[in-house]
Design a protein around this ligand. Sequence first.
Ligand SMILES: CCCCCC/C=C/C(=O)SCCNC(=O)CCNC(=O)[C@H](O)C(C)(C)COP(=O)(O)OP(=O)(O)OC[C@H]1O[C@@H](n2cnc3c(N)ncnc32)[C@H](O)[C@@H]1OP(=O)(O)O
Length: 382
Amino acid sequence: MEFRQAQAVCIPAVHLHMTTATMQVSQKDFEKAQEQLKLLKKDPGNETKLKLYALFKQATEGPCNSPKPGMLDFVKKAKWDAWNSLGNLSQDNARQKYTELVSSLISAESAGQTKDASPEESRHDGYETIIVTTKNNITKIMFNRPERKNAINHQMYREIIKALQEAGKDDSTIAVITGNGEYYTSGNDLNNFANVQPNDMEKMAKDGAELLKEFVSCFIDFPKPLIAVVNGPAIGISVTLLGLCDIVYASDRATFHTPFSQLGQSPEGCSSYLFPKIMGLAKANEMLLFNKKLTAAEACAWGLVTEVFPDGTFQKEVWERLKAYASLPKNSLAVSKQLLRSMEKEKLHAVNSQECEVLKERWLSDECLNAIVSFFQRKSKL
Ligand SMILES: CCCCCC/C=C/C(=O)SCCNC(=O)CCNC(=O)[C@H](O)C(C)(C)COP(=O)(O)OP(=O)(O)OC[C@H]1O[C@@H](n2cnc3c(N)ncnc32)[C@H](O)[C@@H]1OP(=O)(O)O
């Protein structure tokens, strides 16, 4: 039963003849309650609407004595059952109960509206490289090293792992990843490879591969919808991970760059498997082999991005959209996301393992070391 329909059913114009002063007050309250009910913004649900309908009928017509509708006339039968269940409740009592029920709905809604108007944003403790907050059923994980273009150092990898594990279990309906400042993120912090003694190279590569595998696994296994809000340029691993997100919204200022061969490295984040599926092999090759940097419009046309927004209205439009999504039934969203992911989960974990093994070797290669040295030399020459 639609709410507006129920209101229409519950509140036809009635003319009641009251005699005593008490009854007149009660009748006044009853009529006021009918007007107030029209002002309710939220649908109170079928059960409450049936209760209102039954009390209204009882108050205005007395006990139900109309014939029982047929079994297949579900709506009429539900209404008849509700009215009939009031038995011989007096019309005064029915008016009283109706008025009280409307009053409780109005109070509940205005309490909820006050809460909605200024919902608390709670900030999660224990993070230094990211900011984690929850508001409107959305847990937001924000890269927060804007002075380094949000480059992901080892601490940030570990903090994101922790934040995703917590967000997967908290009360939020969806989780969002985004960046603070001009960049989404410039990808792996190249300092992760700096200052490593020759004897420690193998250990650096082994530990790096283990950390990367655990990091990407958290995205594969994340149990609820995960949305990337790409506020600016994205590089490297932050681009490949988009294939593991459920929705990707991008500002028209964002770019998407995976300069793996330029860095003597190889693809990760399951992109060697997901990118060809998302955009076709030819396009994936341009990105993953030949470092092609995509504009937001190209990334959207190639299927990596869901929708692009003008930068000026990006935050407003996206968060309004996400707030609405996060008010959908939480468990339904979670099971549906898990169902979709389950078809590929095993394969994705296998791809992740394989990509990490290849990268472990790459990080020990002269090609990779020379590229890292070039990056830092370029900087020192500027
Ligand atoms: C556990 C390990 C897992 C590894 C997973 C494998 C992941 C692979 C990848 O992600 S590959 C991609 C790696 N990223 C890059 O190659 C980007 C490198 N950075 C740049 O090219 C540029 O900095 C830029 C284009 C992002 C921005 O250029 P510009 O606007 O000229 O700014 P600056 O270069 O001056 O940057 C400001 C400041 O930030 C430092 N910085 C930026 N990005 C990184 C980075 N990725 N790693 C380290 N440092 C970075 C930059 O050096 C400047 O520092 P300074 O102020 O000079 O000290």
